[in-house]
Design a protein around this ligand. Structure first.
Ligand SMILES: [Zn+2]
Length: 63
């Protein structure tokens, strides 16, 4: 059984929303886990995801 914690708050209040995608109920962010690392997204009121520049799993996109 896989268990993930939030990349932002390191909390365990995380729910799975898709394949490799999770949602933190504490930060209200969605994050996707892949072999590259972790990407974080902010969920807008219209359900649109916007990328959060995270400290972990940055994939060659600099500043
Ligand atoms: Zn969190």
């Amino acid at each position: 059984m896989e268990s993930y914690h939030c990349p932002r708050c390191a909390g365990r209040n995380v729910g799975r929303v898709g394949s490799g995608q999770f949602y933190c109920w504490d930060c209200f962010i969605e994050f996707a886990v892949s072999w590259r690392g972790v990407r974080m997204y902010q969920v807008g009121i219209d359900g649109e995801l916007s990328r959060i520049d995270g400290e972990s799993g940055v994939e060659g996109v600099s500043t």
